[in-house]
Design a binder for this molecule. Structure first.
Ligand code: V47
Ligand code: SF4
Length: 370
């Protein structure tokens, strides 16, 4: 069907050639990725992304039972898109380890993954955060712990006077399993200097993920799109990830995060359309030919659009969440108390014509719905 589509009159010859490359499983260049953003229709992008997705993940669409802990919203940085830090909300929180352990003790035993991300606390270093992980593992040794963005890691490890490799080894020994993809924003230095001028730069973000990969810690990557960046900045971002992944193979999942406008100083920019969201998923899936999974973070998009994204390259929905994160609700997400039951998750996946697969943090199958 796709090959028939490519022979239709009127299609831009360059888009036809790029499409043929994708169908022949040949890597596309940055220039070609940019042309897809600028010139390809959404229907074609969806079909090409679906081809890449199916090659990698067949008809499976994954989901996970997970829970977020956000240790604090105190933060040394001043990102202009942030709706979450105490400076922005005027409502600080800072949990003790014991308070967080209480949250873990109350978790349903079916929860597979704990996602721990928060603000960058001015006076805590990596030893504190290693203790948190070690204590969590005492309560729930089976939990997959995905914790601390590269921004938090940079600060906590540097504060302890350690190298990235030393700090990450300490966390790994304490029980860290994976690192989430936050803090990547947009790697272009000029854009970064405008939206998050004082925080960890792109080179260090990539360096931390590389150090993790070399220690056998798998990581995720994100992009914060839909604000002042242009398509060529998105392609540059994807390209820097693809180049690192060629070296290390340590990225598991790529998660595009849509900029949400409420309660932050960049709000007047507004938000991009759903068409833009779907296009971004599709080009990301096509371009990142060496990253196994593309994840839709549904609290950001809403359940319906997340379901639609499954037809634009996405093979993973995050997650049941159990109303445990504030990052997106404070930024104006539709769902102010994000939670999705397994039944809902499986329904959304089936409606997209795919097989729901409950996974653990390593993408091993726990249960395939029949
Ligand atoms: O780094 C902050 C983003 C990220 C806004 O790895 C915003 O599995 C949109 O990284 N509008 C944190 N986005 C969340 C994150 C994440 C989420 C889910 C799964 C994983 C994973 C990682 O949230 C930040 C920043 O890019 N963010 N404010 C906002 N107003
Ligand atoms: Fe701090 Fe993260 Fe908010 Fe930036 S996005 S100000 S690093 S909490």
């Amino acid at each position: 069907m796709l090959n028939t589509l490519l022979t239709q009159a009127g299609m831009d010859g360059r888009i036809r050639d790029i499409s043929q490359k994708v169908l022949d499983d040949i890597r596309i260049t940055s220039e070609e990725g940019l042309l897809l953003f600028e010139k390809a229709g959404l229907g074609l992008l969806g079909m090409l992304a679906d081809h890449v997705r199916r090659n990698k993940n067949g008809d499976n669409a994954y989901y996970i039972r997970n829970f977020h802990i956000e240790p604090t919203n105190l933060c040394v940085y001043n990102c202009k898109f942030c709706s979450y830090s105490a400076r922005q909300t005027g409502n600080p929180w800072d949990y003790t380890i014991e308070e967080m352990l209480d949250q873990v003790r109350n978790l349903d035993t079916t929860i597979q993954e704990l996602h721990i991300v928060g603000g960058v606390h001015p006076s805590r270093d990596v030893h504190h955060y290693a203790t948190l992980i070690a204590e969590v593992k005492k309560v729930r040794p089976d939990l997959y712990i995905k914790a601390y963005s590269a921004i938090e890691l940079d600060y906590m490890i540097t504060r302890a006077g350690m190298t990235f490799s030393e700090g990450l080894s300490l966390l790994k020994e304490a029980g860290l399993n994976g690192i989430p993809g936050g803090g990547a924003e947009v790697f272009d230095e000029k854009i970064r200097s405008e939206i998050c001028p004082d925080k960890t730069g792109s080179a260090r973000w990539l360096e931390i993920h590389k150090a993790a990969h070399l220690l056998g810690i798998q990581t995720n990557a994100t992009i914060l799109y839909g604000h002042i960046e242009k398509y060529h900045h998105r392609i540059d971002h994807l390209n820097r990830l693809r180049e690192l992944q060629d070296q290390t193979k340590g990225f598991n999942t790529f998660i595009p995060l849509k900029y949400k406008k409420m309660n932050n100083p960049m709000g007047e920019i507004g938000e991009v359309s759903v068409i833009e969201d779907l296009k971004n998923f599709a080009v990301s899936r096509i371009f990142l030919d060496n990253i196994p999974h593309i994840k839709s973070y549904w609290p950001m998009l809403g359940k319906q659009i997340a379901g639609l994204s499954l037809s634009f390259g996405v093979d993973d929905l995050d997650g049941t969440i159990q109303d445990s994160t504030r990052i997106y609700s404070l930024a104006g997400a539709e769902d102010q108390h994000p939670s999705m039951t397994v039944t809902e998750m499986e329904l959304v996946i089936r409606e997209a014509g795919r097989n729901p697969v409950e996974r653990d943090g390593w993408y091993s199958e726990i249960k395939k719905a029949v």
